[in-house]
Design a protein around this ligand. Structure first.
Ligand SMILES: C[S@@+](CC[C@H](N)C(=O)[O-])C[C@H]1O[C@@H](n2cnc3c(N)ncnc32)[C@H](O)[C@@H]1O
Ligand SMILES: Nc1nc2[nH]cc(C(=O)O)c2c(=O)[nH]1
Ligand code: SF4
Ligand SMILES: [Mg+2]
Length: 239
């Protein structure tokens, strides 16, 4: 079993409630969405860059696609990690590969939560789910209703249990409609341990602090544990 992967490195988690924990990151190539704010290259590259020495900015190049055993060995070369972040692109596109990945550390899935059938395949493998809620406007999407349904189904499948922490992240832009946020959060609030409002980092359309605080207040009023946390790895200057 193999998969196209753009990078494998060890760093600290820069987003969400686990900010600061030491993780190995495995970044899969390919995505089913095209978020306008996306900060990550998702296209195919011939080589995966592997940073053997954390923070060194020196990379070994491994030809794509990578075999599942090669990925497991690369992950196991790092020690004292809290968990292994499976990110991308969209890692759930590679759910079969994830199912076959045998490693010692817990898996932390970073997903756009729009592929419920793939979510079913990995639900018993992952210990942490950082699930994005993509607040796209109706005009940005061919089938808005289906997008919302798939998001809800994915949260239902990957919900918080005794052995899994599932939380959601919402990237907030200047034009993020508060009513869309409240509507979808009503539908997934039973499945998550909390919500993170993550202001968009790049581009011109950053939300005002007032906008973030208004959304936070409304979610707190619904009983949803909601924090505002920007991307911290970009401040630190690490991968
Ligand atoms: C690159 S995505 C990969 C995982 C998955 N495709 C997803 O969207 O959750 C990782 C995280 O970065 C966030 N992200 C991407 N671009 C961003 C930006 N410009 N500002 C803030 N967060 C961003 C995404 O929303 C997601 O939470
Ligand atoms: N340090 C660090 N933290 C992260 N949290 C989520 C990331 C991602 O791209 O999925 C990411 C990343 O790329 N680097
Ligand atoms: S789903 Fe994630 S990787 Fe895909 S375009 Fe959106 S932010 Fe980027
Ligand atoms: Mg990132």
């Amino acid at each position: 079993m193999n998969a196209p992967i753009s990078e494998i490195f060890c760093s600290v988690q820069g987003e969400g409630p686990y900010v600061g924990v030491r993780q190995v990151f495995v970044r899969f190539i390919g995505c089913n969405l095209q978020c306008q704010y996306c900060d990550t290259q998702r296209e195919y590259v011939d080589f995966c860059r592997f940073e053997e020495n954390p923070g060194s900015d020196e990379f070994e190049l491994i030809p794509n696609p990578l075999d599942v055993n090669t990925v497991a060995e690369s992950i196991e070369s790092f020690s004292s990690v809290h968990s292994v972040s499976l990110t991308g692109g969209e890692p759930l596109i590679h759910a079969d590969f994830i199912k076959n990945l045998q490693i010692s550390a817990p898996l932390y899935l970073e997903s756009n939560m729009t592929l419920p059938e793939m979510a079913k395949k990995v639900k018993d493998k992952v210990s942490f789910v950082s699930g994005d809620v993509k607040i796209i406007n109706e005009f940005e999407c061919d089938d808005f209703e289906t997008h919302i349904e798939k998001t809800i189904d994915s949260f239902k499948i990957l919900k918080t249990t005794e052995s899994r922490d599932c939380f959601c992240k919402i990237v907030v832009l200047e034009n993020t409609k508060i009513e869309y946020v409240l509507d979808i959060m009503d539908k997934i609030s039973d499945y998550i341990s909390g919500a993170i409002l993550q202001p968009v980092t790049q581009g011109y359309n950053r939300p005002s602090v007032q906008h973030l605080l208004q959304i936070q207040k409304q979610l707190l009023d619904k009983g949803i544990n909601t924090k505002v946390i920007p991307q911290t790895h970009k401040m630190l200057g690490c991968l």
